[in-house]
Design a binder for this molecule. Structure first.
Ligand code: SF4
Ligand code: SF4
Length: 394
């Protein structure tokens, strides 16, 4: 297939999907980009659909206009709020499919991705992770964690994901989770050779790279006879369960660690002997709540810890405000934005009087921690993963 054929196919796909959009703008207020660009209509969900639709329909070729389109299309956090709003109030337009195709098209046209994202894609190709860490160094960093390795006797593959492998603060989550799983007598292990699940490349529009990484992981799962996977990141969870071909996954059970903890609590294999006397607010990661409808399980786990007072954000569960980290945005900045989503979230948590903000996604965790620093809230609010909170009660 030539690049022209690929572009034609993508353009037809985008126009087909977006022909369902009637520009009613029901999706606009739900879009976090709309909130942080001082209400710029072109930057919100319906702005993305309209800009993309007309650029493709009218065969836009002007370099400046295409770069502006790139900033709009790559600015989307892929939080899914617009699709949920559209489905419940309007035509049910598959905005995210169109946005992902738009990104693929802009890469094919050599306009995308965002300049800072190019080195991330290079690293995924060269190193198998987005963090510019060689595969050897990544393996050494994971080995140093001292986690159990997966064998043919192990029941659950603990899939670490790249942030857990390389970020020291995020590593505290897997250390805490290992402590919990040992306490509950769960059979688990890690594979040192895991590659990135491929989600960042898929969301940045490099579908070929995603396929390459997914094939590597599928081979690894098959070679090791993996039957059950538990992920640390909701992004890996969504990718394995919805983006890897079902036929290749051969019935492998995939869960996020919050679901495993919930099951253990329900089965009474996990109880917490110590209290944690803290006011805790739970931030729903989009890829767990909006994509996978995992909202109650983490809350039930938190509620099973004595002493905790669980609070709620104004926008919670599937209405949760995105942290801003999805869709490849961990590696890009956007001029149109006047605030950061995580700062808004942290400020609300502090105003509520929460002492701990708990989340269950490494990227939410990183962004919320940054938000605490930027808003000078370190003396009032601590950010913890759900696993860290649970480990405090053991
Ligand atoms: S709610 Fe749906 S139909 Fe209305 S503008 Fe948004 S995408 Fe288009
Ligand atoms: S996925 Fe989220 S950020 Fe992207 S357009 Fe939809 S509501 Fe806005």
């Amino acid at each position: 297939m030539t690049s022209t054929d690929v572009q034609t196919e993508l353009k037809d796909g985008i126009l087909g999907i977006l022909s369902y959009c009637i520009n009613c703008r029901f999706c606009l207020p739900s879009c976090p980009r709309f909130e942080i660009t001082s209400g710029e209509v072109s930057q919100g969900a319906s702005g993305v659909t309209r800009s993309l639709y007309y650029a493709v329909k009218w065969g836009e070729e002007d370099k400046q206009a295409l770069q502006e389109l790139r900033d709009i299309v790559f600015g989307c956090t892929t939080c899914k709020s617009c699709e949920i709003a559209c489905k419940s109030l309007s035509t049910g337009t598959k905005l995210l499919d169109a946005i992902e195709m738009g990104r693929e098209l802009l890469i094919e046209m050599q306009v995308g991705p965002m300049p800072e994202q190019k080195k991330v894609l290079d690293s995924l190709l060269k190193n198998g992770n987005p963090y510019m860490v060689t595969a050897r160094k990544r393996k050494e960093a994971v080995k140093a964690l001292g986690l159990k390795e997966y064998t043919d006797q192990t029941e659950i593959l603990l899939y670490l994901g790249c942030s857990t492998a390389v970020d020291e603060d995020v590593q505290n989550t897997v250390k805490a989770l290992a402590k919990i799983l040992d306490h509950a007598g769960v059979s688990y292990g890690i594979l040192l050779d895991e590659a990135c699940c491929g989600e960042p490349s898929l969301k940045m529009g490099e579908v070929g790279l995603f396929e390459m990484l997914s094939e590597k992981n599928i081979d690894l799962f098959k070679d090791n006879g993996v039957q059950s996977i538990v992920t640390l990141s909701p992004h890996c969870f969504e990718t394995f369960s919805s983006k890897y071909p079902e036929a290749d996954m051969q019935g492998i059970k995939v869960r996020h660690y919050t679901q495993l903890l919930y099951d253990l609590v329900q089965e009474k294999k996990l109880t917490f002997p110590n209290t944690v006397d803290k006011k805790v607010v739970y931030h729903d990661p989009c890829y767990l709540s909006k994509y996978q409808n995992v909202c109650e399980e983490p809350r039930e786990v938190i509620k099973s810890i004595g002493g905790v007072e669980l609070m709620e954000f104004k926008d919670n569960r599937a209405d949760s405000l995105c942290c801003g980290g999805g869709g490849g945005r961990m590696w890009a900045d956007f001029e149109a934005e006047t605030n950061r989503l995580a700062n808004i979230r942290v400020t609300e948590a502090v105003e509520k009087g929460a002492e701990v903000l708990v989340t269950a996604c490494p990227w939410c965790f990183i962004n919320m921690n940054d938000g605490v620093k930027v808003t000078n809230a370190a003396d009032k609010l601590e950010v913890l993963s759900l696993a860290e909170l649970c480990a405090m009660a053991l």
